[in-house]
Write a protein that binds this ligand. Structure first.
Ligand SMILES: NC(=O)C1=CN([C@@H]2O[C@H](COP(=O)(O)OP(=O)(O)OC[C@H]3O[C@@H](n4cnc5c(N)ncnc54)[C@H](OP(=O)(O)O)[C@@H]3O)[C@@H](O)[C@H]2O)C=CC1
Ligand SMILES: Nc1nc(=O)c2c([nH]1)NC[C@@H]1CN(c3ccc(C(=O)N[C@@H](CCC(=O)O)C(=O)O)cc3)C=[N+]21
Length: 281
């Protein structure tokens, strides 16, 4: 059986070529303006700082600018809301990324939902989620949107397949499940109260690991010929799925690193370019 490696890094690089051309065109038609992504990092978590830096680097690669806002861990919900409102009102800013997680004392949901709909390029607002779920136009949530792009780039057929999503977080599992549903999958969503996880995963034609626990989903739960998407990301190239024993007997899988991660970033950038283009009227 041929096993397809869903190479997110290569797919993202390819996509960046197209995005670079769109940014150049935006500059040309606006007489030199540049699409700008504002990134907000609250607190000093080193992993979050690295992710935000990767996003700023990706902006630079396609010729965009980023406006990096770093706030102390003591930031209040009100401070953060003020910051978001000011970015909403700044016509030079086309997209806003609020890096998750924010410190526990901050109301993350309230802050996500303060992001203006036309600048929600990371797809984190309730409004964006609801519109996407109902099949209306919205910027896709970056990680699940990136996964859908990757599956599409490799021509993976989804209609009628049983997709099992393990995890139901607001930025990953839940929107992922809705996107797969909209792609005509039959979807099972699993979480920490799911009683028979191995049995459900065994039924999956498509399995998405979004649990946040290293190698938590065992290879022996996954059937031969399944499509395996590992959104998990932990140090030393470990995802949420025990991938190594699977690599020879599944139809396709996303490697870690080089799978979902680069697609998340290119989706964020693509959404921001679209947002800039939308201002052209
Ligand atoms: N590569 C990328 O671009 C990105 C990668 N990630 C990675 O994806 C993973 C998930 O991230 P995220 O969604 O933010 O994580 P969260 O911690 O927000 O959510 C984890 C989900 O897993 C569920 N869960 C926890 N334990 C179990 C269990 N024993 N059995 C079944 N389900 C369980 C939780 O259930 P419950 O709801 O009941 O608590 C929850 O829904 C992480 O490894 C993260 O690093 C995240 C974002 C982007
Ligand atoms: N509002 C919000 N939106 C997010 O999209 C978001 C977030 N908050 N908080 C944290 C998670 C994590 N995340 C990653 C993005 C890219 C890689 C990535 O590109 N990883 C590379 C490896 C990078 C390396 O070399 O270490 C890879 O998988 O190949 C990983 C993780 C986005 N997140």
């Amino acid at each position: 059986m041929t096993v397809v490696v869903l190479d997110g890094k290569a797919t993202a690089i390819q996509r960046e070529l197209d995005l670079g051309a769109r940014v150049a065109n935006f500059k040309r038609v606006t007489g030199g303006r540049i699409p700008i992504l504002a990134t907000i990092l609250v607190g000093d978590d080193p992993a979050s700082a690295t992710y935000v830096k990767m996003k700023a680097n990706a902006c630079a690669r396609v010729g965009m600018d980023s406006l990096r806002i770093e706030l102390p861990a003591s930031t209040t919900t009100e401070d953060l809301l003020d910051q978001i409102h000011s970015l909403n009102g700044n016509p030079d800013v086309h997209g806003i990324l609020l890096q998750h997680p924010v410190p526990k004392h901050v109301d993350e949901r309230l802050c996500f939902d303060a992001i203006a709909r036309n600048k929600d390029v990371d797809g984190v607002t309730c409004l964006g989620f609801g519109r996407m779920t109902m099949g209306e136009c919205a910027y896709s949530s970056a990680t699940p949107g990136g996964i859908m792009q990757l599956l599409s780039a490799y021509g993976i057929e989804l209609r009628g397949k049983h997709a099992v999503v393990v995890g139901r977080s607001p930025i990953l599992g839940k929107p992922m499940a809705m996107m797969l549903l909209n792609a005509d999958c039959t979807v099972t969503i699993c979480h920490s109260h799911t009683a028979n996880l191995p049995d459900l995963v065994r039924q999956a034609d498509v399995v998405v690991g979004a649990v946040g626990k290293p190698a938590f989903i065992k290879a022996k739960w996954i059937k031969d010929g399944a499509v395996v998407v590992d959104a998990g990301y932990h140090p030393d190239g470990v995802g949420d799925i025990e991938l190594k024993p699977l690599a020879s007997r599944v139809a396709a899988y996303t490697p870690v690193p080089g799978g979902v991660g680069p697609m998340t970033i290119s989706t964020l950038i693509a959404n921001c370019v679209s947002s800039a283009e939308a201002t052209l009227g």
